[in-house]
Design a protein around this ligand. Structure first.
Ligand SMILES: Nc1ncnc2c1ncn2[C@@H]1O[C@H](COP(=O)(O)OP(=O)(O)O)[C@@H](O)[C@H]1O
Ligand SMILES: [Mg+2]
Length: 426
């Protein structure tokens, strides 16, 4: 099978690596890929948002299967486009269609969906730009702590968790009056603050059935001790010990199955990865958000734990034929992932710094994200440069391998968190 993966991050590198190991895989292509994916996937210089060019490429190169990594093309309707274009309508695509991707594309849509289908989530209200006065009154009445969310896609920067009095008033003005969140902030979801432990649960869905993948926790803040601004993610670990069998049974019965039933009831054909961002509050699961794709860097901590061949699973899901018995075999080890970033990220940072990888530490995997290969020289090309993952009998062992490998990676402005997994016994 010739597989085209859409995207260019560590998530897509990990997907390409896993898919390339499949017996069913003949060649892997990636549009556009990065400086480190060339070893595992043939680069295709097409932007993920250029649907017409992607369709042309799939047709001309006789691609058998398309796997979409990031949310932007999904929310913009890439799957619908390929399904409607005469050149590509017969090619299975793994990823939700535009309607289904609204679970991530609109926080208000997701909250309405959860309310409609009895899925546990924080109480909320949604306000449009013209309803500033009502929103301010609601925020004042609720008091701190409270959470404000820009409705649309905001690359992880659209949520303000307001702990102190007055913060929510500022956030509300930024979103509804000052337009600081652009179109994403045209509507704002105001929700109750949930005090608990966060974790992520992932499902491979085929429209009817689903398979759960290993749980993970990611580290969003740039600084150690969860300080500083939010990032795309600075590390991840899998599994998460507080997602024990009891809790996962609740997740399945109270969150995952009601979500699948709700999607069917609403006439939404969801095929692809579905990410459940959860908070465990007093032993009970609450949904913080849905994402319509895998997390990054959670993918880099989850895929190494999967023993089964992933490609036939994704292919079956894309064709609606997973079946109720589908499952994945796992390795028993824990996995840790530590992200190497560029100094200044998530603010301004420089690019084009030469990267030297001094040596390969046994058991460590390097997934590239913001890297480029120019004239055979590997350089930095993004805020998050690469993710280093390792399996270990314990989380601490896995982290030891990651940090040893990180020592061997050199570039100007290398920054990373040294406390990934420490709160989980690593
Ligand atoms: N209701 C809530 N209570 C407490 N923390 C929250 C709540 N909603 C979101 N958060 C925090 O804010 C982060 C970002 O919110 P999320 O809804 O996941 O938005 P996004 O990932 O699109 O930025 C979450 O990972 C969580 O840490
Ligand atoms: Mg999130």
């Amino acid at each position: 099978m010739k597989v085209l993966i859409i995207g260019s991050g560590g998530r897509e590198h990990a997907l390409a690596h896993k898919i390339s190991q499949s017996k069913a895989c003949e060649r892997v292509f990636m549009a556009p890929g990065n400086g480190g994916t060339v070893g595992v996937a043939e680069p295709v210089q097409i932007d993920p948002m250029n649907f017409d060019q992607l369709a042309g490429y799939v047709h001309v190169n006789k691609i058998d299967f398309v796997v979409v990594g990031p949310e932007s093309p999904l929310v913009a309707g890439l799957v619908d486009y390929l399904g409607a274009d005469a050149r590509t309508c017969e090619v299975p695509v793994f990823g939700p269609n535009k309607m289904a991707a609204q679970l991530e594309g609109s926080k208000d849509f997701a909250k309405g969906f959860m309310l409609r289908h009895g899925i546990p989530t924080a109480c909320y209200a949604t306000f449009a730009g013209s309803e500033y006065a009502q929103a301010a009154e609601y925020v004042a009445r609720k008091g701190a702590p409270i959470v404000l969310k820009a409705d649309g896609l905001a690359a992880g920067k659209g949520v303000r968790v307001c702990l102190a009095p007055g913060e929510a008033e500022d956030a509300l003005r930024d979103m509804l009056l000052d337009g600081k969140y652009g179109a994403a902030g045209a509507k704002v979801v105001v929700e109750d603050y949930l005090d608990g432990r966060e974790l992520s649960v992932f499902a491979v869905c085929d429209g009817k059935d689903y398979v759960l993948l290993p749980t993970a926790k990611d580290y969003k803040r740039v600084g150690e001790g969860d300080s500083g601004p939010n990032t795309g993610g600075m590390g991840a670990v899998s599994p998460v010990w507080y997602a024990d069998a009891d809790f996962m049974e609740k997740v399945d019965s109270q969150v995952v199955r009601p979500t699948m039933r709700g999607l069917r009831a609403d006439g939404i054909d969801y095929r692809g990865f579905l990410y459940f961002g959860l908070m465990r509050v007093a032993g009970e699961p609450y949904v913080i958000e849905y994402n319509c794709r895998m997390g990054d860097p959670e993918t880099e901590a989850v895929l190494p734990r999967i023993k089964s061949d992933l490609l036939p699973l994704l292919y079956a899901a894309a064709r609606g034929g997973l079946g109720p018995q589908a499952a994945v075999d796992l390795y028993p080890q824990a996995c840790a992932t530590v992200v190497l970033a560029s100094a200044g990220y998530p603010g301004e940072y420089s690019k084009g710094k030469a990267i030297k990888i001094g040596g390969a530490v046994a058991g460590a995997m390097i997934y590239h994200a913001g890297t480029a290969l120019e004239n055979h020289v590997l350089t930095t090309a993004g805020g998050r440069v690469m993710a280093v993952s390792a399996l270990g009998d314990t989380l601490r062992d896995a982290l030891g391998i990651c940090y040893a490998q990180i020592e061997a990676v050199r570039y100007e402005g290398k920054v990373y968190r040294r406390d990934i997994g420490l709160d989980l016994g690593g």
